[in-house]
Design a protein around this ligand. Structure first.
Ligand code: GLU
Length: 469
């Protein structure tokens, strides 16, 4: 069997969709290729030894600037994977109307094997390598967290950048996903999981889509299985639980657990923190293999870890009615074909997990505008709301309760505006993809419809640039 190529899978999905567009083959080829690939090796002193670290940054497209995409720390990081993830970023940004081109970075390390001190050295050195080659900057290429990285790493990156670019007034915009104290935006941490929730909720509200699969509309009461309890998986599960869905299965490296009556996400999270494992959670049944969770009977299955977890082998055994790809590339093209045949709806990664980059865009705008969201309008809005309510009360002769008054008067905080922008983005993208699918019944699945939307938008920006006739 030939080795699985993630970039090859992305190319395959692209080609499948390209035939539903009208672009010249040359434009399609330009959209598909990775524009710039930077592979680096650099030495870092770890304890008494010098370790040679292998790392990458790939800029898939330059049709808009800056380029945008996360940085992954994992042993599995390789060029093929980074190229695939960079390409997905281009399509993802296009679908949610975030004016960036796709990029991705990665360092081939196991972050658990290093102390925070060593990780800081590696991250800072990686950042200086990017600076040296002009592969980072608020108008050039803006990294963000991905698998194995988070706010802490982004804080090291921005600090390194600022110290090497003194006087750059927009330097904070060189990376997103930063802690709020270092120029981050409120609402970024949970953004990807919340975006997954908003996207799937919109799908669940579509009567025709749900009825075709013999399902009722709405999220309430739906059974959910989530694979991966990292930032994305945890928040996706949490928002579903808060909306009245039942999370009946959770999976991590060490195994999986299930409880048909529902699992409390925070309780499982704390159990794992205390015992080091998701297994043996009170009231739940252990599943021998982590991958067994993917085969549980449920309404919505959410793979939220790594790529290639559902493939030609296990796809026939998946019993979910809807699959929401919170991870990047969790399904292989073979799995896609099987689900299309079986009438299982796959809600594709490059739009469903776009909440992260959408809120990254909001963070970048905040950094460039040098002002917190809500600062200018919060009090003004509150005064207006208060006056309106006072007038209404006077005319009607009725009074609302203090709690109602507080809710009505409340002016927007940063997190309110960020979440509202994210909600609008995810709902609009879901509808745009579904409309494209409905307009052409020959399009076989939602992923292909999403690619068609993305290819058309990127193609248009090349045409508008006048690069191609
Ligand atoms: N790593 C995330 C993704 O794959 C976020 C990227 C970003 O915010 O730039 O979408």
């Amino acid at each position: 069997m030939s080795e699985y190529s993630f970039f090859g899978a992305v190319e395959k999905s692209f080609d499948k969709a390209a035939r539903f567009t009208k672009w010249d083959p040359g434009i399609l080829e330009q959209i598909k290729q990775c524009n710039a690939v930077y592979r680096m090796h650099f030495p870092v002193k770890i304890g008494e030894n010098i370790e040679v670290i292998k790392a990458y940054r790939v800029q898939h497209s330059h049709h808009k600037l800056p380029c945008k995409g996360g940085i992954r720390f994992a042993m599995s990081v390789n060029l093929d994977e980074v190229m695939a993830l960079a390409a997905l970023m281009t399509y993802k940004c296009a679908i949610v109307n975030v004016p960036f081109a796709g990029a991705k970075g990665g360092i081939t390390i196991d972050p658990k094997k290093y102390t925070p001190y060593d990780l800081e050295k590696i991250t800072r050195r990686y950042t200086s390598e990017l600076i040296k080659k002009n592969f980072i900057g608020p108008g050039i290429d803006v990294p963000a967290p991905d698998y194995g990285t988070g706010e802490r790493e982004m804080a090291w990156i921005v600090d390194t950048y600022i110290s090497m670019r003194p006087g750059d007034i927009d330097a904070l915009g060189c990376v997103t996903g930063k802690p709020v104290t270092q120029g981050g935006v409120r609402g970024r941490r949970e953004a990807t999981g919340l975006g997954v929730f908003y996207g799937l909720r919109e799908v669940c509200n579509m009567t025709d889509v749900m009825h075709q699969r013999g399902m009722t509309t709405g999220v309430e009461g739906k059974t959910i299985v989530v694979q991966g309890l990292g930032n994305v998986g945890y928040h996706s599960a949490k928002f579903f639980q808060d909306a009245g869905a039942k999370v009946i299965g959770l999976a991590e490296f060490e195994g999986a657990i299930t409880n048909p009556n529902g699992l409390d996400i925070d309780a499982v999270f704390n159990h794992r923190k205390q015992t080091g494992s998701i297994l043996n959670f009170p009231g739940a049944t252990n599943l021998a293999l982590s991958s067994d969770a993917l085969e549980l009977e449920c309404d919505i299955l959410i793979p939220a870890a790594l790529e290639n977890v559902i493939n030609g082998q296990n796809a026939p055994r998946v019993k979910a009615k809807i699959i929401g790809e919170a991870a990047n590339g969790p399904l292989t093209p073979e799995a896609d074909e099987i689900f299309t045949r079986r009438g299982i709806l796959v809600v594709p990664d490059m739009y469903l997990n776009a909440g992260g980059v959408t809120v990254s865009y909001f963070e970048w705008l905040k950094n460039l505008s040098h002002v917190r969201y809500g600062r200018m309008e919060k009090r003004f809005t509150e005064n207006q709301n208060r006056q309106m309510l006072d007038q209404l009360e006077e005319f009607s002769g009725k009074k609302v309760t203090q709690k109602e008054r507080d809710e009505i008067v409340h002016g927007p905080e940063e997190v309110d505006l960020v979440r509202s922008g994210l909600e609008e983005t995810m709902i609009a993208a879901t509808r745009e993809i579904m409309d494209a699918w409905k307009m052409n019944p020959e399009i076989p699945d939602m992923r292909t419809a999403a690619y068609v939307v993305a290819i058309n938008k990127v193609g248009l920006s090349y045409a508008e640039l006048g690069i191609f006739p």
